[in-house]
Design a protein around this ligand. Structure first.
Ligand code: DQA
Length: 147
């Protein structure tokens, strides 16, 4: 049986996890998160395609590539969560489960972070559970797509 494909997209500044505001985002680096995601996918007989960019257009293109090429998408758009109509429009291309994840609880932070431009076009959202949220997102994806 073909392995289910789960796309993971990380937005701007997430390449600095571990060094970046550890009080807010924790000590785990992005490569550690990606390694745990790969391990979990393998256990579930699925494959992950992981992408990170600090550029909005590149993230739009990654979402476009994911469209038609994955069974689920996990995305942390980081700061673009709060600003990007382009990301929102791109996500509307997908007809597979999309999980929005934030390491911090965006609703407990500054008012400008309370608004997610994508919350109403994704399947569900995880916010505030730390980097473990990525693994919980993968659990949910696996459950939904039956990997
Ligand atoms: C974030 C929350 C955003 O508000 C912020 O701009 C980020 C990370 C999170 O994972 O908690 O860069 O998406």
């Amino acid at each position: 049986m073909e392995k289910k494909q789960i796309a993971v997209i990380h937005g701007p500044n997430l390449n600095m996890l571990g060094a970046r505001e550890p009080g807010t985002y924790g000590a785990t680096s992005l490569s550690e998160i990606n390694e745990s995601l790969r391990r979990k996918a393998k256990k579930n007989n699925a494959e992950v395609q992981i992408f990170q960019s600090n550029h909005e257009g590149e993230i739009v293109e990654a979402i476009q590539r994911a469209s038609g090429n994955c069974h689920a998408l996990i995305i942390n758009p980081a700061a673009y969560t709060h600003t990007s109509v382009a990301l929102r429009d791109a996500l509307l291309l997908l007809d597979v489960p999309v999980i929005e994840i934030h390491i911090s609880n965006i609703y407990k932070r500054e008012a400008f972070r309370h608004k997610s431009m994508i919350a109403d076009v994704v399947t569900g959202q995880i916010s505030g559970l730390g980097s473990a949220g990525y693994l919980l997102a993968m659990d949910a994806a696996v459950e939904m797509i039956g990997a």
